[in-house]
Design a protein around this ligand. Structure first.
Ligand code: 16G
Ligand code: MG
Length: 543
């Protein structure tokens, strides 16, 4: 390592004194103007990680669903996964080192992680459409270059597309071609193949309105839609030509406000969906004949997909294990439906894709979705090989068809991470094959009314949790208070957890009616405020 060169370059990307940031649930995120040094340093770190793993590493510049003024960065590990936890700690140390300590911290990480500094390094970079992203990705490149790393800058990409590129490059092209056309072709071919068997339905059924959150999803979907236009016609809204990124639109807005985004015209029963700012989340929704809004969230996506997969799996007669992974935010009705009606095992992990992804890898086929619409289906290598072999060998027509169908499903899901575009195509294929309308899909089960609230406290780390965030361990007395409140309502459940992306505590409650879910959420917020050091205004009833 040429540490003198690092010191010189770093001075051009100097860290503001006293600023400390954490590598949070999904990387660093804050106001864009505070991130130049972090970007440069993540370029350095990506080189070390690449040398250590002898693989290509990805760096994505995005702050997902955060406001346009924010930005962020996350590293992508060799198989398209999130950065390994021990390296999250290295990332935090490196980002927070004062200028003069930077060389020492770098050497330290190199030693601790046993990095062979003579190894070559290769880093791929992607960015979203934020005004700050181009300059910040240049800072990443400066970091990569000063440590002698090679790089390829893909420019504008969705986050899942960058994960895809990393995965392709580290599997010598076996997974797909590491180009944007490679991505479009792979997914579209699988979609067209899968939907061939769908009986012809009317044009209405083949049209989907997509709210692109005024983000990168719009650009990429516009390029891609020609590849699958025979099977599906998408109409883009909030495509970034007028509105502001994530402002009153996008998957996060729709899910948390439980209302349609601005900038989309919805007629009753029309199928609509929203992406988030970097296109790794998707939720569906529609208006019924009375003009009432219905959200079809990540839980229902998991229910649709797992019930769809069960049939061909049974048909091929091979006992591949299927499991569904959720978080505490999964609606109670969805868990009950999956376990009791679908008879599939359901597991709960902590919030954050890396936790779900990890758990899903334990099954031959792991379906994971957060209620907020982030998820995918992972097929183990063994399951994939088995299915591909059956698709070739099976004599019986029905069975071979089922195996072929599963083969297309494997190709259509972005195996590296949750991907709004890939999920959208899978969902559209399933609806077409099953001849289901969005209302019929929504009717699989009825969501329990629920409410999410935020509480401001002096230090959110005073709250610690266990049992996949469903129980509070500290502060003392909080869980007991929640238990007492929950007892007051029917079909009720509540939990609290410190956010991993904002300086607040999140409260979730569900109950038999909206009124009860609202009251429970309010009462739990008050308990948090009183027992966990609330600051500012006390929580108020009513919404
Ligand atoms: C991040 C996570 C998302 C999680 C959310 C929780 C990734 C790629 N994204 O956006 O999965 O649901 O954080 O935020 O892991 P919170 O901790 O503020 O509730
Ligand atoms: Mg996102």
């Amino acid at each position: 390592m040429d540490l003198d060169a690092v010191t010189k370059q770093s001075a051009l990307h100097a860290k503001p004194d006293g600023l400390t940031l954490q590598y949070g649930t999904a990387g660093f995120r804050t106001k864009a103007e505070h991130l130049d040094h972090v970007m440069f340093r993540m370029g350095l770190l990506a080189v070390l990680r690449s040398k250590q793993t002898k693989s290509t590493i990805g760096v994505m510049v995005t702050a997902s669903h955060n406001p346009e003024e924010d930005n962020g960065v996350k590293l992508v590990d060799p198989l398209g996964e999130m950065l390994a936890p021990s390296w999250e700690d290295h990332a935090t140390c490196l980002a927070n080192a004062e200028e003069q300590d930077l060389p020492r911290v770098l050497v330290d990480i190199g030693e601790k992680a046993a990095v062979n500094l003579h190894q070559d390094a290769f880093v791929v970079i992607g960015r979203d459409t934020r005004p700050s992203s181009e300059k910040l990705s240049q800072s990443v490149i400066d970091g990569v270059t000063v440590l002698g790393g090679q790089f390829h800058d893909y420019g504008l990409l969705t986050t899942p597309q960058l994960h895809y590129m990393v995965y392709c490059r580290n599997t010598s092209g076996q997974y797909g071609k590491a180009t944007i056309e490679g991505y479009y072709q792979k997914l579209s071919a699988a979609f067209v193949e899968l939907t061939k068997q769908a009986s012809c339905s009317g044009d209405d059924q083949r049209t989907l309105k997509v709210d692109c959150a005024n983000g990168i999803g719009a650009l990429k979907l516009r390029e891609m839609k020609h590849y699958f236009s025979q099977g599906l016609s998408v109409q883009l809204f909030n495509d970034g030509t007028k509105g502001k990124l994530n402002h009153l639109c996008g998957a996060d807005f729709v899910k948390s406000h439980q209302k349609p985004p601005q900038g989309i015209e919805m007629k009753s029963h029309e199928r609509c969906c929203s992406f988030d700012g970097d296109a790794d989340r998707i939720v569906y929704y529609y208006h019924d004949a009375d003009g009432q809004f219905h959200l079809v969230d990540g839980d229902k996506i998991a229910a649709l997909i797992s019930s769809f997969l069960k049939e061909p799996l049974l048909e091929i007669g091979d006992s591949l294990s299927l499991g569904v992974v959720q978080t505490a935010y999964a609606n109670g009705s969805s868990t009950r439906y999956l376990e009791e009606v679908m008879k599939v095992p359901v597991y709960c992990t902590k919030t954050g894709v890396k936790h779900l992804h990890h758990k899903a890898q334990e099954f031959d086929i792991g379906v994971y979705f957060e209620a907020n619409g982030h998820g995918t289906v992972l097929f183990s290598k063994a399951a994939e090989m088995k299915i591909k072999q059956l698709a070739k060998e099976l004599e019986e027509d029905k069975k071979r068809k089922a195996a072929k169908m599963l083969e297309n499903v494997i190709d259509l899901f972005n195996q590296a991470t949750g991907d709004a575009i890939s999920d959208m195509l899978v969902i559209e294929a399933i609806l077409a094959l099953k001849g289901l309308t969005v209302q019929q899909w929504d009717a699989l089960y009825t969501d329990l009314p629920n409410r999410q609230l935020k509480v401001k406290v002096a230090d959110r780390q005073v709250i610690s949790t266990t049992d996949a965030e469903r129980q509070a361990v500290t502060p003392p007395g909080l869980q007991e208070a929640i238990n007492e409140l929950v007892k007051k309502y029917r079909l009720s459940r509540a939990f609290v957890r410190p956010s991993g992306t904002e300086d607040i505590v999140r409260v979730y409650a569900e109950a038999d009616s909206q009124e009860n879910a609202d009251s429970l959420a309010y009462e739990v917020s008050l308990a948090v405020f009183q027992l966990a050091g609330g600051i500012g205004e006390r929580p108020q009833p009513g919404f």
